[in-house]
Design a binder for this molecule. Structure first.
Ligand SMILES: Cc1cc2nc3c(=O)[nH]c(=O)nc-3n(C[C@H](O)[C@H](O)[C@H](O)COP(=O)(O)OP(=O)(O)OC[C@H]3O[C@@H](n4cnc5c(N)ncnc54)[C@H](O)[C@@H]3O)c2cc1C
Length: 425
């Protein structure tokens, strides 16, 4: 950092100051432990891995060694009956750094897909393989998006065809977190394109399976410590055991969809397992955005208290103080929406008003607005790469894009509150 940067000694390094609604003593201890790791290990490494734009293997190893990356952590989070711990853990990790946070959390996208769709045997067999062990770290990837199928998930072109006892998969995926370098790829493909979502099936594919390869690596605006790439599938042959949920369930779902198409009823529209996985993960993704926003807000608050212009700290200007008050309020509002949806998801309450999408929409918008305001409060120092605020703003942008763009979240909410009347017929 430049010697002349007018900064407080330790800007924005405060402990989580969240009202711990619903978190047990044990969960609070886990959250604080994750915060400590984020402050000690992740944040000091953030600028380096952002510049290197590579998977931060040494940080993953450190996280695995202490039990933060791996099946044990997953079990700890799932043991929490409130559903809030996973949101709280994500907020702390991404407060540390979003790119490294996603490098650590990215395998959960794959394990969540396996958990949502797999049989009990498949869950036991495949989820541990997404993480490996501290001495042999594995990664998971969850691949839906394709060059011609982004928001319109129903139009997937990656095709899975039955061939004897096997399935053969062909297609191209893009923007895949851990794509091509993962040990386990969960690939969502279409078995019957005429059925839209209902014709989709998810397959687990081991590293080294012939025909699966990495395409181009994407070079990104933010989240640069998280690997994102295309995945190419050319005649990838997997045994029928790799179809998540099994043949019977897939056949049953497709038969019901064909019957609905014949009778013209539209219920269950958009209810594929891939969409359910996304809706349940949205509050957690929202919590990540809250973590980024909180990092930027804390930094800007410390700066405003310290930076003197016109003979007094800039926070004595109401324009600055009120902006910080709004930043703090918006972050808390976003967190509460995320926690509500995380709680509902865990308790099995249906998202009748698309509460998962509401949480992700609000948190993404808050992260973008807060990080933008933080840059303004730091003036020129907000804009230079010596300080992290610009990185937080770059990282925040993705939260209006992935796991459903801001427009798609609004579309999902509109459809839920209007009983489908908002959809073109
Ligand atoms: C860093 C990163 C990591 C990612 N990780 C993964 C991953 O691990 N796995 C995975 O499967 N995918 C992943 N994605 C893909 C991501 O989910 C998609 O980029 C996203 O869903 C949007 O799809 P698209 O980029 O094709 O945009 P498009 O769908 O082409 O959208 C373009 C624009 O049109 C708008 N639009 C489209 N349809 C409508 C509509 N009906 N109404 C209003 N507006 C509309 C969109 O909101 C957007 O503004 C990742 C992307 C990035 C950048």
């Amino acid at each position: 950092m430049a010697a002349s940067a007018p900064l407080p000694a330790s800007p924005g390094s405060g402990a989580p100051a969240v009202v711990p609604i619903g978190l047990s003593e044990e969960s609070l201890a886990v959250r604080d432990w994750v915060h400590d790791f984020a402050a000690r290990v992740i944040r000091p490494a953030a600028a380096e891995w952002d510049e290197r734009e590579e998977t931060p293997w040494p940080i993953l190893q450190e996280a695995a060694k202490v039990g933060l990356y791996g099946i044990d952590m997953l079990q700890t989070m799932h043991a929490d009956q409130t559903g809030l711990l996973m949101a709280a853990v994500n907020e702390e990790l991404f407060w540390g750094d979003a790119g490294i946070g996603l490098a650590i959390f990215g395998s959960h996208l794959a394990s969540a897909g396996i958990f949502a769709t797999g049989t009990p045997e498949q869950i036991v067999q495949w989820i541990p393989r997404c993480y490996g062990s501290p001495g042999d770290i594995h990664l998971g990837a969850y691949a839906i998006t394709e060059p011609d199928s982004g928001s319109d998930v129903g139009s997937l072109r990656t095709r899975a065809r039955r061939d004897g006892d096997d399935w053969v998969i062909d297609g191209n995926k893009c923007f895949i977190t851990n794509g091509g370098i993962a040990d386990v790829h969960v690939i969502v493909a279409t078995v019957d394109p005429s059925l839209g979502h209902a014709g989709h099936a998810s397959f687990v594919i081991d590293k080294g399976t012939p025909g699966l390869s990495m395409g181009a690596k994407h070079h990104k605006l933010g989240l640069r410590a998280s690997h994102t790439a295309e995945v190419v599938l050319e005649g990838v042959r997997v045994p029928s055991e790799n179809l998540l949920g099994g043949e019977e369930r897939l056949e049953g779902r497709m038969a019901r969809a064909r019957e609905r198409a014949r009778t013209g009823t539209l219920e269950e529209r958009g209810s594929s397992s891939a969409l359910r996985t996304l809706e349940l993960s949205r509050p957690i993704v929202g919590a990540q955005a809250v973590g980024i926003a909180r990092a930027a807000y804390e930094y800007a608050l410390d700066y405003a208290m310290t930076r003197v212009q016109f003979g007094r700290p800039i926070i004595t200007n109401q324009g600055i103080a009120f902006t910080l008050a709004d930043m703090c309020t918006e972050i808390d509002a976003a967190r509460l929406l995320c926690w509500r949806a995380a709680y509902m998801g865990r308790a099995g309450h249906p998202f009748a008003r698309a509460e998962g999408s509401m949480a992700k929409l609000k948190a993404g918008e808050v992260a973008n607005w807060v990080t933008d305001q933080a840059i303004s409060i730091l003036g020129g120092w907000g804009y230079v790469r010596d300080l992290p605020v610009q990185r937080w703003h770059r990282d925040a942008k993705i939260y209006t894009i992935f796991e459903g763009t801001r427009e798609i979240q609004r579309r999902v909410i509109a459809r839920a509150i209007s009983g489908g009347a908002s959809e073109p017929r």
